[in-house]
Design a binder for this molecule. Structure first.
Ligand code: GRF
Length: 194
């Protein structure tokens, strides 16, 4: 571990596609973000995200959100990381975790919050709702995490136009590309790195 660089913990979800996690690890390796990914936390073993993290020599911690000791296990797993980045983790975190990490825990959402956020707004549901509402633009938002879904202060948004005939699938691909640029940029903003 490089003692001079701030450290990140990335928290992935149970499906663990892990594309944002990968984008962050690669941005750190390329020097675009002068930080080090010190831990990946996952609710499940064996996902693509977990495999990628292990191959990249990032320590992986499997923490079960259903366990009564989840809050303390989660805090142990993220350790002393300067910033905790949720990337695909869909549940609300316990109040004790949010309080302990206040100001150093962020999330990415695949829409322009405060629109199209809140309970049930995840994955394809978000893009379906954006199209159904006739929105002209969508994008992604990196924001601080609070005890409520998608309500923390925004840090960075990147936007795209909806094309005629846009489908949830085409929009999802477009927004995901933006996410991979937005997350490293937001980490730089929060850590004051660039
Ligand atoms: C992303 O769309 C992110 O906005 C949302 O969950 C998805 C995670 O995708 N919070 P991936 O696992 O990073 O590929």
């Amino acid at each position: 571990m490089d003692a001079g660089r701030p450290t990140l913990a990335i928290v992935v979800g149970p499906k663990g596609r892990g594309s944002n996690m990968r984008a962050i690890i690669e941005a750190c390796n390329a020097g675009e973000v002068s930080a080090e990914v010190a831990a990946v936390v996952s609710p499940k073993d064996g996902t693509p995200a977990v495999q990628f993290a292990r191959e990249a020599n990032v320590p992986v911690h499997i923490v079960d959100p259903g366990s009564p000791s989840f809050a303390s296990a989660f805090l142990r797993a993220v350790g002393q990381a300067d910033l905790v980045c949720l990337a695909g983790y869909l549940r609300l975190l316990p109040a004790a975790v949010v309080a302990a990490l206040k100001g150093r825990i962020i999330n990415i959402h695949p829409a322009l919050l405060p629109a199209f956020g809140g309970p049930g707004m995840f994955g394809m549901h978000v893009h379906e709702a954006v199209i159904a509402a006739g929105a002209k633009k969508s994008g992604c938002t990196v924001h601080y995490v609070t005890e409520s879904y998608d309500e923390g202060e925004p840090i960075l948004q990147l936007k795209c136009d909806l094309a005629p005939g846009e489908t949830p699938e085409t929009l999802a691909r477009k927004v995901l590309e933006l996410e991979h640029r937005a997350y490293p940029a937001a980490i730089n903003i929060v850590l004051g790195l660039k």
